[in-house]
Design a protein around this ligand. Structure first.
Ligand code: IPM
Ligand code: MG
Length: 360
């Protein structure tokens, strides 16, 4: 009997549906060789859901996601909703989902494939062999802190967002980062703004306390402004970067560019409930529906799903390798600046799938 896994797919907006099609095709192709079966259910999220139901995501969709074994999301965001209030923006679907699923631990690995060394904006000697992991806290901080909103006072309007972290929230994400570092090169860089922010001072104290349980892991603290600089100055000094929600959002975009294109970065969001997997890139409405989007972040997000949710580490490694092989054969989408043949989303996806199947 093959194992049945329920996958909830939320293609979302812009290039989301195109890259999702490739992710689903990959899982379908892998089912038989891995002796697994996948049952897919699809739902609307983001702008697509606003169009249909005037809300970014429905409560029903949350329940369906909670009942699945894994959620795969394409991308959310459409410029036509830019002036909507926060609760009616496409992004709210993603934030709501993260909160509902309790996925506080967001993993964003940035690895540079050798063939893309010239596609990176940094010089080869600084970047070759780059392999770092951003561990971003995903359910707290500025994104969710209260009070928040725009209020009218006598002197005018005030915008309020609150960065708040309880020690439990800091400890649970710190533990994840240390555990992951144990399996990697044994170093955690915890990023904060402890020279200014009280919330960062608590962050630093709790990370130090947690470190006591992981004596074999080296811990360093770095201020966010310095880290942003170090990432382009000497990115190979990093193994695991542990940081809060907003800082992680910014640093992971910066890290993604080091790998040649934001179209490369996958992510896994893990926690108490159903895990969520999604490419780090956005909905890129400017190229949507044109078969131009890079499917690699999606393929590698599926790899992370196989690894973290289904104990298929070997299959995950096979996907990473297949991506590398296809890039080495010269096939690439327009966002990756390498010599070779420019192909569309569909063709790159198919080539990656063929390559994985050869290796299993
Ligand atoms: C990300 C995105 C999201 C975030 C947006 C779309 C809400 O930028 O996943 O990095 O800010 O977390
Ligand atoms: Mg972001």
């Amino acid at each position: 009997m093959s194992e049945l896994k329920k996958i909830m797919t939320l293609p979302g907006d812009g290039i989301g549906p195109e890259v999702m099609a490739q992710g689903v095709a990959l899982l379908q192709a892998l089912a038989a060789p891995l002796n697994m079966s996948f049952e897919f259910s699809e739902d609307l999220a983001g702008g697509a859901c606003l169009h249909e139901y005037n809300v970014p995501i429905r409560d029903k969709t949350y329940s369906r996601c909670k009942n699945a074994d894994a959620v795969l999301l394409g991308a959310v965001g459409l410029p036509e909703f830019d002036d909507n209030p926060t609760h009616l923006r496409p992004e709210k679907a993603l934030l709501g989902l993260r909160a509902e699923l309790g996925v506080f631990c967001n993993l964003r690995p940035a690895q540079l494939y050798d063939i893309l060394v010239d596609a990176s904006p940094l010089k080869k000697e600084f970047i070759a062999g780059l392999d770092l992991l951003v561990v971003r806290e995903l359910c707290g901080g500025l994104y969710f802190g209260e009070p928040s909103g725009i209020v009218k006072r006598e002197s005018g309007r005030f915008g309020i967002s609150t960065m708040t972290y309880g020690e439990q929230e800091i400890r649970r994400i710190a533990i994840k980062a240390f555990e992951l570092a144990q399996k990697r090169r044994g170093k955690v860089t915890s990023v904060d703004k402890a020279n200014v922010l009280a919330v960062s001072q608590l962050w630093r104290a709790v990370v130090n306390e947690t470190a006591a349980d992981f004596p074999e892991v080296e811990l360093e603290h770095m201020l966010i402004d310095n880290c942003a600089m170090q990432l382009v100055r000497n990115p190979k000094q990093f193994d695991v970067i542990l940081t809060e929600n907003m800082f992680g959002d910014i640093l992971s975009d910066e890290a993604s560019q080091l790998t040649g294109s934001i179209g490369m970065l996958p992510s896994a969001s893990l926690g108490d409930g159903t895990p969520l997997y999604e490419p780090v890139h956005g909905s890129a409405p400017d190229i949507a529906g044109q078969d131009k989007a890079n499917p690699i972040a999606m393929m590698n997000s599926v790899a992370m799903m196989l690894h973290y949710s289904f104990e298929q580490g070997q299959a995950a490694a096979a996907i990473n390798q297949a991506v590398e092989n296809v890039l080495q054969q010269g096939f690439h989408t327009g966002d990756i600046q390498i010599e070779g043949k420019l192909v569309g989303t569909g063709e790159l996806g198919e080539r990656i799938i063929e390559e994985v199947l050869k290796s299993l």
